[in-house]
Ligand binder design. Structure first.
Ligand SMILES: [Fe+2]
Length: 378
């Protein structure tokens, strides 16, 4: 899991950046869609050779918020196609509590109310807390909102800023993290992102979240600890989710035969807003960017749902409205390292001609725990 590294943005058309536990900022305005082979500058960071060590369960980053049944693991993501909705999710451990989110804009005293739903799931001998998901809709663009979850003595307050209205000249700052995990280096990576002077406004997460599957019986307690660890960022700015191999959680040897179960129960995406039948692949518009998220570990061959969706999706992108076309996936198509070599090859064969045809600006992937990027020559 995460070794920390950092880099500044790249300039490319159809480039693939693979990184591991790396947080770097992408300046949309600086990204150059023309065929300029200037790779820009990168960080001098060199990861250490030693394996990253997991943070122990009693680490302060995993602390449970005080108060009976206090909401924990609060996280937000975009809740519609254009950025006027936010999905707020959180967990209550002792009882369901309330599904309501109270929210109000910075300049308003009136608290509005949105009601969500909750669910629980079992995984082998683990039973989850009550996982709440609530979508707040009809928000104003470019506005700071406060929101509260919980009831009685355990109300917790957070805030977020909605993106500006979608348009070609709208700046927005995206951060990028993949393969985060919950090691000491994961904490360095997140801290590195938080301290970046350019201040990412939205984080693109390219898969492999908690690595709970590294633990005996895929100990799902490690999904909870990861949720508490990341709350300090993801409760305040949307993380755009991509599923990686560590989200598959397929363990027939212990009776777990439903792929992606913990991930799909915990992390919702606005897939229906882009006509997708699965939360694992979807698109959003945000500021001047059109972002397509793909699933490296779902079927993508001809006539599969993901294939059909992408085939219809790419022609919909209006480059005069959103000049930046960004694709997120977990397994990189271009990878010169031994590790995970050519794992993305079959998806590349299927979709690369479309990416060229529709002039995808940049592809971000994770999975390989080293930084690499390539630039199109066509
Ligand atoms: Fe991976």
């Amino acid at each position: 899991m995460a070794s920390s590294s950092s880099s500044s943005s790249s300039s490319s058309s159809l480039s693939s950046a693979s990184l591991y536990g790396a947080a770097f900022l992408l300046w949309v305005l600086v990204l150059n869609g023309a065929a300029v082979c200037n790779g820009g500058s990168t960080s001098p960071f060199v990861r250490k050779v030693e394996k990253s060590v997991d943070m122990p369960l009693d680490s302060d980053v995993f602390g449970v918020p005080p108060g009976y049944n206090a909401p924990q693991q609060v996280h937000i993501t975009q809740g519609d196609h254009v950025g006027k909705a936010v999905i707020v999710s959180w967990v209550t451990q002792d009882e369901p509590g309330s599904d309501v989110v109270l929210y109000w804009s910075k300049n308003s005293e009136e608290k509005k109310e949105a009601k969500g739903k909750h669910l629980t799931y079992k995984f082998y001998n683990y039973t989850s807390g009550y996982i709440h998901h609530c979508t707040i809709r009809n928000l104003k663009f470019d506005t700071k909102y406060y929101y509260e979850v919980g009831i009685g003595q355990t109300v917790r307050r957070f805030w977020f800023v909605t993106p500006p209205e979608v348009g070609p000249d709208v700046p927005h700052t995206f951060g990028l993290i993949g393969d985060l995990g919950q090691t000491f280096d994961s904490n360095s990576t997140l801290t590195h992102y938080e301290h970046n002077p350019h201040k990412g406004q939205t984080l693109l997460f390219v898969g492999d979240l908690s690595y709970a599957d590294h633990y005996p019986n895929y100990d799902n307690v490690r999904w909870d600890t990861w949720g508490r660890f990341t709350e300090r960022s993801v409760a305040y700015q949307p993380w755009i989710w991509t599923a990686g191999n560590h989200e598959i959680d397929l363990a027939p040897e212990i009776g777990e035969k439903i792929p992606f179960k913990p991930y799909l129960c915990r992390y919702h995406t606005p897939n229906k807003a882009s006509g997708s039948t699965s939360p694992l692949w979807y698109s959003i518009k945000r500021a001047s960017a059109y972002i397509i998220v793909l699933s490296s570990y779902s079927a993508y061959a001809k006539y599969t749902p993901q294939y059909r969706w992408l085939e219809e999706e790419l022609p919909k992108v209006n480059r005069s409205e959103t000049p930046w076309l960004i694709v997120l996936m977990h397994s990189p198509w271009y990878n010169s390292y031994n590790y995970h070599y050519m794992e993305g090859e079959t998806m590349r064969v299927m979709y690369e001609p479309w990416f060229v045809k529709y002039r995808v600006d940049v592809v971000f992937a994770g999975h390989v725990h080293a930084y690499e990027r390539s630039v199109s020559t066509c």
